[in-house]
Design a protein around this ligand. Structure first.
Ligand code: COA
Length: 392
């Protein structure tokens, strides 16, 4: 028999780390996994299942407040460390833990939630939908066009003490592209300096890049580039120039960026590089009414729309609601009117998550409603203009 529990990660660190070790890192010593719980922001509370007094499944919840989602600073629950010991899998233990987690989040007024999935359909079962994209370019080092950094931009190694606040600002500026995930300040302050660079112009930090090298075969290094952050577009060529200098000593370069970064412009024969789409975070609303009341909506949204919501995991969201945009805010009230759009939880998450819109979902056959209702909903929830939150 299994018993579902909520436990404090500080007093159950060894038990939790044991489940994570078996599920994520069985090739490493168990003590390495224990370190995850020592990161300051990581897991605030854990839901899980026990049998014979032993913890066998866990789902971690992190409450975060550092975000800007549709113009509002929402109370936000990050899900991480989802794991079940192999011998106890497929017995709906994670499902049971999520049920408890959502009830707790509802009580604690946690409005929005995100997670980094290992598998999209698995988390769709809990109402989450894919909400962002990244691209990974893979190319030979000589494929980078020779490029000259604009005059006046210099670079130097990153100093976590001196530069963290400035780099945080650069990172936040990426939200202009709808970039969502950012690293919290504590992480920027507590990082090693290896292969992290800041770009400066007139004393201002205007760019940041991080890369690492790995050795797939003797004498051939591979270079991975992450965190391509630039405050202004003219900084990007300087950043590419910097990466190209380091790429001299690598064979292959793998560069992961948001889709808004036009990396193909800097590749000699675009089309010859390999570009793969990387999925990223999934999101869902935990408290629908509160979400509507707190967000900002565009001023060009002016007409109401009536929606029905059937949310199996968070049944307190169920109902038929009239959404009325008024001067950039959204009024939400339950109504007896017939729903013009009927959403399940995943459809709603897709329509508000920023990547797709109700209009597109309708055209893709993923939503059934009239085009006029989809248009009115899309005006309230247009694509991708604003979200950012701490990544984990
Ligand atoms: C993924 C994992 C956490 C699932 O745990 P579990 O306790 O077996 O999950 P549950 O039994 O509660 O499954 C919930 C639902 O997902 C389905 N499911 C279970 N494992 C799945 C998988 N690997 N892929 C897709 N669906 C899966 C189940 O059939 C069940 O569906 P249902 O409730 O509609 O019948 C577990 O296999 C694990 O620890 N894997 C390794 C670590 C990992 O990848 N964690 C996820 C990190 S994001």
């Amino acid at each position: 028999m299994y018993e579902f529990v909520q436990i404090d990660p500080a007093s159950h660190a060894d038990e939790i780390a044991h489940v994570w070790w078996k599920a994520y890192d069985p090739h490493k010593p168990e003590k390495d996994t224990r370190k995850w719980l020592e990161e300051p922001q990581v897991v605030k509370t854990v839901f899980g299942a026990k049998t014979d007094g032993r913890l066998v499944a866990v789902v971690g919840l992190t409450k975060q407040l550092d975000n800007a989602i549709r113009g509002a600073n929402l109370s936000f629950g990050g899900i991480s460390g989802v794991a079940t010991l192999p011998e106890h899998r497929r017995q709906r233990l994670v499902r049971g833990a999520f049920e408890q987690l959502f009830a707790y989040a509802n009580q604690e007024n946690i409005i929005y939630s995100a997670l980094a999935p290992f598998d999209y359909p698995f988390y769709e079962k809990f109402g989450y939908a894919h909400a962002e994209l990244r691209h990974r370019y893979t190319f030979h080092r000589r494929a980078i066009k020779p490029i000259k950094a604009p005059a006046g931009i210099t670079f130097r190694e990153y100093d976590p003490v001196q530069d963290a606040a400035g780099v945080m600002e650069v990172q936040r500026s990426m939200a202009r592209f709808g970039s969502r995930v950012f690293q919290p300040l504590w992480k920027l302050q507590n990082t090693d300096t290896q292969h992290r660079y800041v770009l400066e112009q007139a004393g201002e930090i205007v760019g940041y890049v991080h890369f690492e090298f790995s050795e797939p075969a003797q004498w051939e290094l591979n270079m991975k580039v992450n965190h391509t952050w630039f405050k202004y577009d003219h900084v990007l060529p300087a950043l590419v120039d910097l990466v190209a200098r380091f790429a001299e000593q690598a064979e292959e370069v793998q560069w992961t960026v948001g889709p808004e970064v036009p990396l193909e412009y800097y590749i000699k024969n675009p089309g010859h590089e390999k570009r793969t789409r990387e999925g990223e975070m999934m999101v869902r609303v935990i408290k629908w009414r509160e979400f509507c009341q707190q967000i900002r909506v565009p001023l060009f949204a002016s007409e109401p729309v009536v929606i029905g919501l059937q949310d199996e995991n968070c049944p307190w969201n169920n109902g038929v609601f009239q959404l009325t945009p008024v001067s950039g805010r959204l009024e939400v009230e339950t109504t007896d009117k017939p729903a013009e759009i009927q959403f399940n939880a995943v459809q709603l998450s897709s329509a508000i998550g920023g990547l797709l819109t109700a209009n597109r979902l309708l055209r893709l056959g993923a939503l059934q409603c009239g085009p006029d209702a989809a248009e009115r909903f899309t005006r309230i929830f247009p694509p991708d203009s604003y979200i950012s939150y701490v990544g984990f």
